[in-house]
Write a protein that binds this ligand. Structure first.
Ligand code: ARG
Length: 457
């Protein structure tokens, strides 16, 4: 491509370090789409003749058909998908192919291709996350009133419902989807026509190519357009955050599936056995989702480190933008699908959850609240009295609700047997009616709203 200036070909190692075709062939559809839009515009503007534009468009269709049928060959000598396509086009239609690159550079070309690819990736992730939300809402609906322990510090804190717990993840995913949507909104400007870095002297119509490719508008500054990879970073930030949420749920599934908890039984389809211990049922899928989130965050770091300190405009370092985005995307898509499948099929064990919620004096706060409500006692003092009650129950090896009237009276004369009704886990969750609280009625309200957001209601 640059034989005019160079006497010798590249060293073998230069060829190898320089080539991006092994990974950027994944952009072939976007590359063809960009070229189609570009040549149609060149024809419409009279920059190439209508006959040449038509020949190039037809040739691009043929190249695309070949890629579709046989995949893209990895010829390192052709360096990248842009040169591979142009070279094949030249084989098919002859020297007219050379007119395609008028008023264009690989710098604006790759920036355009990659934006198109990331835009598709965002749309694909959004579909996956919506399916994941539907799974969460479906299981939350089933378990809107199933009591489980709520934890802080992984210590039993207060009873909550499983539906409420699952809906917490629904909220995280709702924010994830809005982050991807925001990333999509920002990325949807077309770099094509920025050329190498300074724009072009040809009378191009950037609005036409932007529109043809589904962009909202052309980018405003050619230097920025060819050197900006914020859109890829936006995608990776949203991906890292979404993966982080999946990882937290994965960790909970791993804990819940362990024998001391026994809150869930993993479906066969999402667990593995051990080659040596026949009793084992391992949560490998959840562990890999947890592990993948680390790798996805690593991809984000890789691209941030690549971009920091790069002077304007394009530098070849930027060719390294694609592998981390591709890797993160593949890992995220797999993680979302695995998590959706697990949530759809996992067997919850409500009896075990309830038993755990009943242990650990989880309704101690309800006792304190009762003293505040019934006795008009300031909360701090009620907290102190409740501490004494817990101490006594612990010493006697019984639950709070099992303390006798006499024992209650000794702890504080303002305590009596009526408090017991407030100390069951069901009474505890039912009382938490505050907006966003765990009362089954509230949880059902949240589920109804979620169904509306998902278009299910
Ligand atoms: N393969 C290159 C990349 O992905 C295309 C752009 C090459 N531009 C250049 N000035 N060498 O970044």
């Amino acid at each position: 491509m640059w034989g005019g200036r160079f006497a010798e070909g590249p060293a073998a190692v230069m060829r190898e370090i320089n080539a991006s075709i092994p990974f950027d062939k994944r952009l072939w559809q976007q590359d063809i789409a960009g070229s189609r839009a570009h040549v149609a515009m060149l024809g419409a503007q009279g920059i190439v003749s209508p006959a040449d534009a038509a020949a190039i468009a037809q040739g691009l269709n043929d190249v695309a058909a070949e890629y579709e049928a046989n995949g893209v060959a990895e010829n390192l000598a052709l360096e990248d998908i842009h040169m591979a396509t142009e070279a094949r086009l030249a084989e098919l239609i002859g020297p007219t192919a050379g007119r395609l690159h008028t008023a264009r550079s690989r710098n604006d070309q790759v920036a355009t291709d990659f934006r198109l690819w990331v835009r598709d990736a965002v749309d694909q992730v959004d579909l996956g996350l919506a399916a994941f939300q539907r799974a969460l809402v479906g299981r939350a609906d089933e378990h809107a009133a199933s009591v489980m322990p709520g934890f802080t510090h992984l210590q039993v804190a207060q009873p909550v419902t499983l539906g409420h717990h699952l809906m917490a993840y629904y909220e995280m995913v709702r924010r994830d989807r809005s982050r991807f949507a925001a990333a999509r909104g920002r990325l949807n400007e077309c770099p094509l026509g920025s050329a190498a870095l300074a724009g072009t002297g040809f009378p191009i119509d950037r609005f036409a190519t932007a529109e043809a490719l589904g962009f909202d508008r052309p980018t405003a500054n050619s230097l920025d357009a060819v050197s900006d990879r914020d859109f890829a970073l936006d995608y990776l930030m949203a991906a890292a955050q979404a993966a982080l949420h999946l990882s937290r749920l994965a960790e909970e599934i791993i804990i819940w599936a362990s024998q001391p908890y026994g809150f869930v039984r993993l479906p066969d389809a999402y667990s593995t056995g051990s080659s040596i211990m026949p009793q084992k049922r391992n949560p490998d899928a959840a562990e890999l989702v947890r592990g993948h989130s680390g790798r996805i965050t690593g991809c984000l770091m890789a691209l941030m480190m690549t971009m920091k300190g790069l002077p304007l405009a394009y530098s070849k370092d930027m060719q390294n933008d694609k592998p981390p985005v591709f890797e993160a995307h593949d890992l995220l898509a797999l993680s979302i699908a695995a998590m959706t499948g697990m949530i759809e099929t996992i067997a919850f064990v409500p009896e075990r959850m309830r038993a755990a919620a009943e242990a650990g004096f989880s309704t101690a706060t309800d006792l304190a609240d009762w003293l505040v409500r019934e006795g008009g006692i300031p909360f701090r003092e009620a907290h102190h009295i409740t501490g004494a009650a817990v101490k006594r129950a612990e010493a006697d090896g019984i639950a709070l609700a099992a303390l006798s009237d006499a024992a209650l009276n000794t702890i504080d004369p303002r305590l009596d047997g009526r408090v017991r009704a407030a100390l069951t886990v069901d009474a505890s969750v039912a009382s938490r009616q505050s907006h966003g609280g765990t009362a089954p009625a509230r949880v059902r309200g949240a589920i109804a709203e979620a169904k509306q957001q998902l278009g299910l209601a």
